[in-house]
Write a protein that binds this ligand. Structure first.
Ligand SMILES: Nc1ncnc2c1ncn2[C@@H]1O[C@H](COP(=O)(O)OP(=O)(O)OP(=O)(O)O)[C@@H](O)[C@H]1O
Length: 233
């Protein structure tokens, strides 16, 4: 059994008479400790996959497993626990609490979960030891995204889910954040999933899942992923 499994997952959104098949038989798997990139054009279903994997929404049919647990069978209560303890989220716009310092933002996340990592250590790990007492407004976009990554990692989640994590950053900073996600995956053994429309990111992935019209058009593994710093787009 793989660490992450999507089996024939369907997600249908109904708005009045209109039915949208966001996922139409999506199947793929991801192994523990891999950096997976989910890539595809706008409307292909990438965010829907992330929402289901993150327990933010439920599928219409099919099965979703994480580490042997059947996420697709969880009720609302179980999903709340799952989101709290098992998944860390990194979004395009960092979503930090503006009146808390970098350290306090990270501590906030670790306070709600079972087995958190020390907030100051995780901030140091993302290169922000000396900015821990700064507020988000005093940090650059790249630094704020580092805080957001630290906040997600401090929960010590089974899965780190990143939705266009470099989307709001300039080229050089985006590359640094991509590098941070890659080294985090390699050094800490966390399983990382990045959703993006940027095909260049596929070069750094252990596993590339190409999504088209609600299905996995292909799933390929990279035996020799490139270093994020060498990738250009
Ligand atoms: N809440 C919703 N209600 C109705 N339709 C939805 C909803 N969310 C997504 N969809 C539709 O499902 C399909 C897949 O959307 P999704 O957001 O997963 O695509 P995406 O690959 O993430 O696109 P993008 O790269 O533009 O973010 C699209 O046709 C979208 O319009």
């Amino acid at each position: 059994m793989s660490f992450v499994e999507f089996e024939d997952v369907r997600k249908v959104y109904r708005t009045g008479e209109v039915e949208v098949r966001a996922l139409d038989g999506m199947s793929f798997s991801i192994e523990r400790g891999e950096l997976a990139v989910i890539v595809g054009p706008s409307g292909a279903g990438k965010t829907t996959v992330l929402n289901l994997l993150g327990g933010m929404d439920s599928c219409t049919s099919g099965t979703i497993r994480l580490d042997g647990r059947l996420v697709s069978a969880m009720d609302e209560r179980a999903l709340t626990q799952y989101r709290r303890h098992d998944v860390g989220f990194v979004f395009q716009f960092y979503n930090l609490v503006q009146n808390l310092t970098a350290l306090e933002n990270v501590e906030l996340a670790s306070q709600i979960c079972r087995d958190p990592l020390p907030a100051a250590d995780v901030l140091a790990q993302v290169g922000l030891a000396d900015r821990r007492d700064n507020f988000p407004a005093q940090l650059s976009g790249g630094e704020q995204q580092r805080v957001a990554i630290a906040r997600a990692l401090a929960k010590n989640p089974k899965l780190l889910l990143c939705d266009e994590p470099t989307g709001a950053l300039d080229y050089r900073t985006g590359k640094q954040i991509l590098g941070l996600l890659q080294t985090t995956c390699r050094n800490t053994g966390h399983t990382v999933v990045i959703v993006t429309h940027n095909l260049a990111f596929t070069q750094i992935a252990d596993r590339v899942i190409r999504v088209r019209e609600g299905r996995a058009a292909s799933v390929k593994t990279n035996l020799h992923p490139a270093d994020a710093q060498t990738v250009e787009w």
